[in-house]
Design a protein around this ligand. Structure first.
Ligand SMILES: Cc1cc2nc3c(=O)[nH]c(=O)nc-3n(C[C@H](O)[C@H](O)[C@H](O)COP(=O)(O)OP(=O)(O)OC[C@H]3O[C@@H](n4cnc5c(N)ncnc54)[C@H](O)[C@@H]3O)c2cc1C
Length: 384
């Protein structure tokens, strides 16, 4: 029987599995998802005070739609033999979907790097949440004032002093000038101190040394600067982009027998942009890549990847949230209105469970209308 293998059990992998099951219908086709984790981790919720809630059992999604789960970590992809090796076990494939996601780039040469915290993984976020719970008064240093660092800093401000450090001269530099004024106002409101044009040069026992020569007393330094696609991409192709992603065509194919989705795929969003490493894009990418991997074997027409409008929603803790639209990130809602949208998004990114019909129906919806969008607009929102 022909075999679709999917590497990764995050947004892209899970929705690839559902997309492949949708294309399979009643046809005879084996689908296997390989991922080490028992849960799908909802990474966008890892800044929350109880990150352990940000997960969904994979068996409740894969079981109902007839997808096997091999709990293992892939070390090798042999595209000539069409085989992946996971924890010493070989699995052959006819079509492969690479959806192994991304990981925080950890500073290799930073003295004391082993003391850093992060909210990149479930384990990392749980470790940080437990650590700060036991130290209510200790100041926290957050390194990186990008999307993740801003959410970490504003969430941690609820419990005490936070210092936000970034190499660039502006907060949210990668988000552009669109939302900057609102972000700066929120940081002021929460009493978060910003040190721009600065980074951490050493993490000591109870202190962080900054590149401006100052030393901050802290035993909590959260690193959130930069993410990169899984190193498995290097086993597929050499021509990776600056985020380590493989190029894909509009069907999300990267090699004749290999598709890619989520944070590993440099898919075109439009003539100017590639997709973001965001669950907003990982979800529809997964749906299309998985569908196409199965459709290709079953000789069905493939689906082109056609994302909806680009939106973001940045949680700013007690200062609410910012909902932006377009690549200039024009602010559409802020404060309590933005927070309401963020809560709805954080609920919407949970995939349906236990119900094959609902899971497959969701896999079939790549662009959907959302309650929080103006009525005449259509969007592929984060995770939906
Ligand atoms: C704190 C935080 C906040 C975020 N906020 C937002 C947000 O507000 N909006 C938004 O759109 N995005 C947000 N993101 C980004 C979003 O979470 C990612 O883009 C999304 O998770 C990517 O999905 P993915 O499936 O490609 O990868 P991942 O979620 O990284 O999943 C990868 C999967 O592959 C598995 N895997 C990895 N290596 C292997 C291997 N060798 N073998 C087998 N399995 C492997 C992993 O175990 C995991 O199951 C946020 C991320 C973080 C960390």
């Amino acid at each position: 029987m022909a075999h679709v293998v999917i590497i990764g059990g995050g947004f892209a992998g899970v929705w690839s599995a559902a997309g492949a099951a949708l294309a399979r219908g009643d046809a005879s086709l084996r689908i296997t998802l390989i991922a080490p984790n028992e849960h799908m981790v909802l990474r966008p919720r890892l800044y929350e005070p109880d990150p352990d809630l940000a997960k969904v059992e994979l068996s409740r999604i894969l079981g109902p739609i007839g997808v096997a789960h091999l709990r293992a970590h892939v070390q090798t992809i042999d595209t000539d033999r069409r085989v992946v090796v996971a924890d010493g076990q070989e699995t052959g494939y006819d079509r492969l979907v690479l959806a192994a996601g991304s990981a925080l780039v950890r500073p290799r040469d930073l003295p004391g790097a082993e003391r850093l915290f992060d909210i990149d993984t479930l384990d990392g976020a749980v470790r940080l949440a437990r650590h700060v719970r036991d130290r209510p008064d200790c100041p926290v240093v957050v390194v990186g004032a990008g999307f993740v660092g801003l959410e970490a800093a504003t969430a941690l401000a609820a419990r005490g002093r936070v210092l936000l450090v970034d190499r660039s001269q502006a907060v949210g530099d990668q988000l552009g000038p669109g939302p900057r004024r609102e972000i700066e106002a929120a940081l002021d409101e929460l009493g978060i101190e910003c040190r721009l044009g600065t980074t951490v040069t050493e993490v000591g026992d109870g202190c962080a040394v900054l590149s401006d020569g100052t030393t901050v007393e802290t035993d909590t330094v959260v690193w959130s600067a930069g993410i990169r696609a899984s190193a498995l991409t290097r086993q597929i192709r050499d021509d990776l982009d600056h985020l380590g992603r493989v190029p894909v065509d509009q069907w999300l194919r990267t090699l004749p027998d290999v598709f890619a989705a989520g944070d590993t795929a440099a898919a075109a969003f439009d003539a100017e942009h590639t997709v973001m490493q965001a669950c907003q894009h990982a979800t529809p990418l997964g749906k299309v890549a998985g569908y196409n991997a199965a459709a290709d074997l079953l000789r069905l027409p493939l689906r082109p990847f056609a994302p909806g409008p680009y939106v973001t929603c940045l949680d700013l803790g007690a200062a609410g949230a910012l909902f932006t639209r377009g690549w200039d990130r024009k602010v559409m809602a802020s404060g309590a209105g933005g927070a309401d949208i963020k809560q709805r998004i954080n609920r919407a990114i949970h995939p349906p469970v236990d119900d094959a019909e609902r899971i497959l129906a969701a896999a079939d919806r790549v662009r959907v209308e959302l309650p929080f969008f103006p009525r005449d607009e259509e969007s592929a929102a984060p995770g939906v």
